[in-house]
Design a protein around this ligand. Sequence first.
Ligand code: ADP
Length: 419
Amino acid sequence: MILGCIADDLTGATDLALMLSREGLRVMQSIGLPPADMNLAEIDAVVVGLKSRTIDPADAITLSLAAAQRLQTLGARHLFFKYCSTFDSTDRGNIGPVAEALLAFAGGSATIACPAFIATGRSVYCANLFVNGVPLNESPMKDHPLTPMRDANLVRVLQRQTAKKVAALNIAQVRQGAPALRAAFNAAREVGAAMLIVDAIADEDLRCIGAAFADLPLITGGSGVAMGLPAAYQALGLIARLAPPPARLAAPAGRRIVLAGSCSAATQGQVAHAIAAGMPSYRLEPLKIAAGAQSPETVLTWLNSLPADQTPLVYSTAAPEAVAAVQHSLGREQAGALVETLLAELAKCLPQHSVTRMIVAGGETSGAVVQALGILSLVIGPEIDPGAPWTLGGGMALALKSGNFGSPDFFTKAWSLLQ
Ligand code: ADP
């Protein structure tokens, strides 16, 4: 094994695993801490998916260090800390505190931080993060239910989360090529910078960043920054040949379902598209759940009333104003927890109802669902859209999608990649 990755949420882990697989590594994704005796005979990279994005920073550090320790025991030569391409975090963390702890663990004095992921519209320019061409703080991320992002300047954002010095490497330095970029990094490190926000506005920038930093003990970033790593490992002689990614997934026969617990803009579009396309739908509302009017049982009763060949959609997706109103009356965490718990309890019952093919929209939501299903590892299958593959785990085909990923027809088109 060459690369050990720690992702702060489950769909982020899947996104990174897909990127590494697409670029030629043989990847295994572990949900939570991988077993110490994991069979890694045919594996180049292990991606550990945690649920640490929005927990207390001290707990996020503990979980991340335990994962790093286990990955090192399993033979990882390099570590990668993966967070969201929209830098989802609050001023308390957890990107800064976890990066700091992992850097100390890995034995490096500096690392990079780059969430850019061009294929999904995330670019970094002059250390400012843009989402589909709009500054982060003007994008729909400003209204995220758990991590509202109100500042696009990542030096400022990250500096609020760490006592280490944060600085930046700009696009001109990146465009000078990998050796010059690495020299600029070394120079910044010598004057005390420990975390360098790196600009990237095209895939060629991400590949250059991969080549410049593949030998660092720790890299931090979105999945985009992993794009250049497999080729860089090959150039370094760490891997003999790159493996072709899978084109389709052999999935177990059974019923399909879509569970959407994300309120992100992309998921809102996908829910609207699916309903317009005629997908039968059940809308969850936190106030109804709190009042006992909606429960896993009410959803199952509805599901069982549908013909088995239909693809039902169960969603809590709501517009920012509706989310704000319900958070005002129930509290942010309570509103989210009600939805997550219901979807997780529902998911637990689905195998008994012959469901074997499932799309889940939302990072936290996917984490709750997979935990409820008791799934420990995922095999990465074909790419549905950038950042979102089919996977196989616990006898089910699962597409675990970060809320903001995927085209509007994701819920209707994904099934054609299953055989
Ligand atoms: P994303 O990947 O888009 O960030 P997540 O699943 O990670 O999606 O986060 C969405 C959060 O919002 C979850 O905690 C979810 O339970 C919560 N949530 C979902 N629907 C609603 C709603 N209608 N009102 C309030 N909170 C909601």
